[in-house]
Design a protein around this ligand. Sequence first.
Ligand SMILES: CC(C)(COP(=O)(O)OP(=O)(O)OC[C@H]1O[C@@H](n2cnc3c(N)ncnc32)[C@H](O)[C@@H]1OP(=O)(O)O)[C@@H](O)C(=O)NCCC(=O)NCCS
Length: 405
Amino acid sequence: MALVVRPLTAADRHQSLRLGAEAFGGRPPTLPDPDEPDPDETEPPPLVGTAITGTFDGDELVAKAAVHDLTSFFHGQLVATAGIASVTVALEHRGRGLLTPMMHSAVTAAAEQGAVISTLFPTAPRIYRRYGYELISTITTMQIEAAALHSIPSGDEGGVSLRRATPADVEAMLGCYLLWAHAQNGPLTRTGPRFADPAEDFLDSTGTTLAVDAEGTVVGYCSWDRGTGYGAHVAIEVYDLIALTPGARTALAGALAGFGSVAGRVQLRSSGFDELDLLIGAGEQKVIKDQPYMLRLLDVPAALSLLSAPPGSSYVVDLEVAGDELGLINGCYRISVTDGELHAVRTRRRTATPVFTPRGLALWWSGRSTLRNLRMAGLATGGTDADPIFDALVAPRPLQIRDYF
Ligand SMILES: CC(C)(COP(=O)(O)OP(=O)(O)OC[C@H]1O[C@@H](n2cnc3c(N)ncnc32)[C@H](O)[C@@H]1OP(=O)(O)O)[C@@H](O)C(=O)NCCC(=O)NCCS
């Protein structure tokens, strides 16, 4: 029977949950109640902000991929992001080439709806490299001894005091998070359909502690889960430690250190570097979990338009993208800068130089690699004259990923 790739509807919900549980663990869904009316095939699944594409062999769902409607910060701007998740092919159908048409359909639909980039957390990076995705960062869970936090000199905390957050503080915390996230490459905005309840996102832990300056402005916060038991081996899990000032950071770190007598460790999520690292000694923390993150571009002119050129500069550079297996971004592009104003378009040229592979483009655009290093890795070729211009277009910003999906 011919395979059909199509968006899932509410009527496919049970099969979709079963396939997901088979791949990623969890309890299989209970069978639908025979007395309940059949879900409407024209209705989308009851998931806000997520579209699911499935492959059907007759009536049987044999593969699926979810696309979350997300927004990321890159280059100080908002970037519409298609977050791919829950990719699975049923056990008996693996190795038959079902993945490529399904990825093509899911990613093309996201690009048509305006996504500029697509990102995902792979179980194995090789699965997605053929589709132009490359590893740009990770969510790294670091374990820090409470004693190391205890040894941070308290210094001048600039009138910062701590208090417990309440639902009335959620907007201020989101504002604080957004100020931090805006200065990084990669973090989600935590807004939009998937983040409809900020109170749940920011207060769903044992406690969220605010750092407030002398004027009462929230300049940092820390959301922490105490866990159970006590002793040197017990860890406090810190979901977010966001600090906009040094005083906020030392005050929050000092507060966490206060758990030391009952919980000897703190587990903190970062992307391998946090400003807190500047305050503790080498070897006082270790990585206990890595969740790699991959990215590819879907709309090259829109993505290039987010880069910035030095004020007053004027130039034109061309580039080509080749080797996109999903066929979305192959072609030539031009970046024109006039008096520092940058404009990017797709051109009709057949060839241009340098030539990026989609993976190379992802690494360069996200600030993960320079064009020179891409050449050494075989992910970019062609004339090198404009390399300094390309590398100057991507201002260095820390790559920081926090939200798993
Ligand atoms: C990953 C999965 C969707 C691949 O589907 P599939 O039909 O088996 O796809 P293919 O057999 O065509 O494999 C696609 C490529 O990915 C590679 N691949 C698949 N699983 C891999 C793994 N665990 N590690 C490394 N590479 C892997 C295959 O080797 C193949 O590459 P190749 O052609 O260069 O050899 C399927 O194995 C699956 O459902 N796995 C369990 C759930 C999962 O891990 N999903 C990914 C979530 S991010």
